[in-house]
Design a protein around this ligand. Structure first.
Ligand code: PLV
Length: 322
C-alpha cells in the first residue's frame, strides 16, 4: 500500500505574475493533485488514520473535500457518502459519482450539508470526514510547505504566502508547515471573496462570527463560520495573517487570466488567491507598508478545484456580468 495518497506537486515560476508584482512569483500547483485540489493531503492523511477499519466514510463538502474523500475511500476499498449543498454545481456531483461515491444533496449551503453528515455518521456508524476543521487535516496540508521549503533550498524564505480561506483548514495547515520550516516572520495573505468572508468577518469583529448567508459564487469558500484554530492564528503575529477580500468579479477575472497566461483552469475558490496578484492587492499592501517594498519571492498556493469547466466558466461570466 502506498505511504500516502497525494503527490509532490511542482513549484513553478510565473513570468507574467512576476512581471506584474516586480518580484518572483512561485506557484505551488496543488491543482495537479489526484482529486483536483490540495484537499487530498489532509483528507488522505485523516482517512489513513481514522478510516482503515471503517464500514464507510461520510463527508460534507462544497465539492473538493468530497472529491478527496471519495478518491481516498475508493483507494482504501471503503464506501463513501458525500453530502453537498444545492449550491454545488451539477458538474461536481457528476465527478463525485464518477469517483464511485454516493452523493446526497442537502440544504442550501455547506453548513446544512454538514449537519446531515454528522447525523448520518451517528445513525449509520460511518466515519465522519470533516472538510477543514481537524488537526489531522492540518498536519496533512502542512506537507505542501515542507515541499516548497525543500524546493526553495536551505535558508531561503519567501516574502509572503498567498492562499484562499474557506473554513480555514488550508490556512491552519500552511501556518503549521511554516512554523515547522521556521518561517514565522513570513506573512500570509489570506484571501476570501466578499459574501464568503467568514475569516475576515471574524477578524473585524475580534471573535468568531457566523455569517447570515453565503452570497459569493465561490461556493467552495462558503463556510459560514471559520474554524477556531484559523481564527486563533489570525490573532497571532507569528506568522502575521493579512485577511483581505476580493469581489466575485475579481476572482472570476483571475480564473480567466490564469487560464490564458498559465494555461490552467481552476475554480473560483482558487481565483480568490490568484486575484491577490492580478487585482493589484499585493502592490497596495506594499504601499500601505503591510508587505515589504523590496519583497522576496511570493508563493501562491494554487489550491485548484473541480467545480469548473468551460460551461461553468460561461455560466459564471453570465451571472457576474452586471
Ligand atoms: N473547500 C471545502 C469547503 O467548502 C470543500 O468542501 O471542498 N480552495 C478550494 C479549491 C477549496 O475547495 C477549499 C475548501 C478552499 C480553497 C479553502 O479551504 P479551507 O476550507 O480549508 O479554508 C465549504
Amino acid at each position: 500500500m502506498s505511504e500516502h495518497f497525494h503527490v509532490n506537486t511542482p513549484l513553478l515560476e510565473s513570468i507574467n505574475m512576476s512581471k506584474l508584482v516586480g518580484t518572483t512569483v512561485y506557484l505551488k500547483m496543488e491543482n495537479s493533485q489526484p482529486s483536483g485540489s490540495f484537499k487530498i493531503r489532509g483528507i488522505g492523511h485523516l482517512c489513513q488514520q481514522l478510516a482503515a477499519q471503517s464500514k464507510g466514510v461520510v463527508c460534507s463538502s462544497g465539492g473538493n473535500a468530497g472529491m478527496a474523500a471519495a478518491y481516498t475511500a475508493r483507494k482504501m476499498g471503503v464506501p463513501a457518502t458525500i453530502i453537498v449543498p444545492s449550491s454545488s454545481p451539477q458538474l461536481v456531483v457528476q465527478r463525485l459519482q464518477d469517483q464511485g461515491a454516493t452523493v446526497k444533496i442537502i440544504g442550501k449551503v455547506w453548513d446544512d450539508a454538514n449537519a446531515e453528515a454528522l447525523r448520518l455518521a451517528e445513525s449509520d456508524g460511518l466515519t465522519y470526514v470533516p472538510p477543514f476543521d481537524h488537526p489531522l487535516l492540518w498536519q496533512g496540508h502542512s506537507s505542501m510547505i515542507t515541499e516548497v521549503a525543500a524546493c526553495l533550498g536551505p535558508g531561503v524564505k519567501p516574502g509572503a504566502v498567498l492562499l484562499s480561506v474557506g473554513g480555514g483548514g488550508l490556512l491552519c495547515g500552511v501556518v503549521q508547515g511554516m512554523k515547522e520550516a521556521g518561517w514565522t516572520d513570513v506573512p500570509v495573505v489570506a484571501m476570501e471573496t466578499a459574501g464568503a468572508d467568514c475569516l475576515n468577518a471574524a477578524v473585524k469583529a475580534g471573535r468568531v462570527v457566523t455569517l447570515d448567508d453565503i452570497t459569493s459564487e465561490a461556493k467552495c469558500l462558503g463556510a459560514k463560520t471559520v474554524c477556531r484554530q484559523a481564527f486563533q492564528y489570525s490573532q497571532s503575529s507569528q506568522p502575521a495573517i493579512i485577511s483581505e477580500l476580493v469581489t466575485d468579479q475579481q476572482a472570476l477575472h483571475a480564473v480567466k487570466t490564469f487560464l490564458d497566461e498559465e494555461r490552467v483552469l481552476v475554480e473560483m475558490a482558487c481565483g480568490a488567491a490568484l486575484a491577490a496578484v492580478y487585482s493589484g492587492l499585493i502592490t497596495r499592501l506594499q504601499n500601505e507598508g503591510r508587505l515589504q517594498s523590496d519583497l522576496r519571492p511570493l508563493v501562491v498556493i494554487v489550491c485548484g478545484g473541480s467545480s469548473i469547466n468551460m460551461e461553468q466558466l460561461a455560466e459564471l461570466t453570465r451571472k457576474l456580468q452586471r
